[in-house]
Design a protein. Structure first.
Length: 355
């Protein structure tokens, strides 16, 4: 949302804008697993408070730096320390909810992403004054600090469960955990590429105005909120996280294949398929979270989520760059076709994981 203002304020090239926008994910890669271990040992309340307060401080610093590299450094640090919330909040849900309701609870937790995208898209641009993003950046820092204080005020450790049996595999030594994480990293491709580039595709390739393309993305986010909760509830009803996850991956691949064929078709035919595929693409995250945490057990759930989120963060950093280069060097159709193949490969890989 702030990319145009940041570009104007610091005189950034398009490539430098891309670096700034990628910096939070890059910063999270080396810290997610460490934060997961910390959540298991120190509790999610402490980890979330420290991580979000540290991220808020880094964002405040970013509001006052004079040039590109200090700005990138601040955003990198903010992403690294703010990543504490990823593992710790998932662990909190696992701690407090029983198995038959955990999928729904984690589905609700996962609505934070589309909800956050919605409020920032409406609020932050309105706070930009004459291409100066400082007020908007400080507002973002204030939101992070508020999240930290809320976590500190209301989160408590749940009932203590038994330690894992002696000799039980640590998450990073568990083959099934790696397969789950790698399968998820394949299924996340449409979320990062198709949803991430949806506005640009509709505007640049199909001639929609930015506002109209933004409405399409807004509809995807609104339906995605329901999709994440619905997927979680579905997993509770059937008593499995991976069966719904695999079916969603397969359906997403099929719909993206249809969308690839329809890329030049009339918008009335293309847009509903793109919306449906995009909603499926963002609906499964809670299932993957829950499966990883439950497989590891409560005592190691933070560590397992840290491992899984690290793998997803690497994929999330690589896919947009590779997708953009592929589209620039060939066509949107080739890019969509490849992205449609990746969740299909994820569906096949996840078939080897029991559950």
């Amino acid at each position: 949302m702030l990319a145009p203002a940041l570009r104007a304020r610091y005189g950034l090239s398009l490539t430098q804008v891309g670096v700034v926008l990628a910096a939070p994910n890059v910063g999270a890669i080396p810290t997610l697993y460490v934060w997961g271990i910390a959540a298991d040992r120190l509790g999610e309340r402490f980890v979330i408070a420290v991580g979000l307060l540290g991220s808020a401080a880094a964002i405040v610093a970013a509001a006052y730096v004079p040039s590109f590299w200090p700005l990138t450094g601040c955003i990198l640090v903010a992403g690294g320390v703010g990543a504490a919330v990823n593992s710790a909040s998932g662990r909190a849900v696992l701690h407090w909810f029983e198995s038959h309701e955990r999928g729904t609870a984690l589905g609700i937790r996962q609505t934070a992403v589309p909800i956050g995208g919605a409020w920032t898209s409406f609020l932050l641009p309105a706070l930009v004054v004459r291409d100066d993003p400082r007020s908007a950046v400080i507002a973002l820092a204030a939101a992070l600090a508020a999240g930290a204080l809320a976590g500190l005020a209301v989160l408590r450790e749940g009932p203590v469960e038994a330690e894992p049996a002696r000799g039980a595999a640590l998450p990073h030594r568990d083959r099934a955990m790696w397969v789950l994480s790698l399968g998820s990293s394949l299924v996340i491709a449409p979320q990062v590429c198709v949803v991430g580039f949806l506005v640009l595709f509709l505007h640049a390739h199909r001639g929609l105005s930015t506002a109209a393309a933004g409405v399409v993305l807004g509809v995807v986010n609104l339906l995605g909120i329901a999709g994440r909760i619905g997927a979680g509830r579905w997993s509770d009803v059937v008593g499995s996280r991976l069966r719904p996850f695999r079916l969603i991956a397969l359906a997403c691949a099929v719909l993206l294949g249809v969308a690839t064929v329809l890329l030049s078709a009339p918008l009335w035919a293309l847009v509903p398929v793109l919306v449906a595929a995009s909603v499926l693409a963002i609906s499964w995250n809670g299932l993957s979270f829950t499966a990883a945490a439950e497989a590891a057990g409560h005592a190691r759930s933070g560590t397992a989520l840290g491992l899984q989120q690290t793998v997803l963060a690497v994929a999330g950093a690589v896919y947009p760059i590779a997708f953009a280069a592929l589209v620039a060097g060939s066509s949107w159709r080739v890019g969509f076709a490849l992205v449609a193949f990746l969740p299909l490969a994820g569906w096949r890989l996840l078939a080897s994981v029991p559950g």
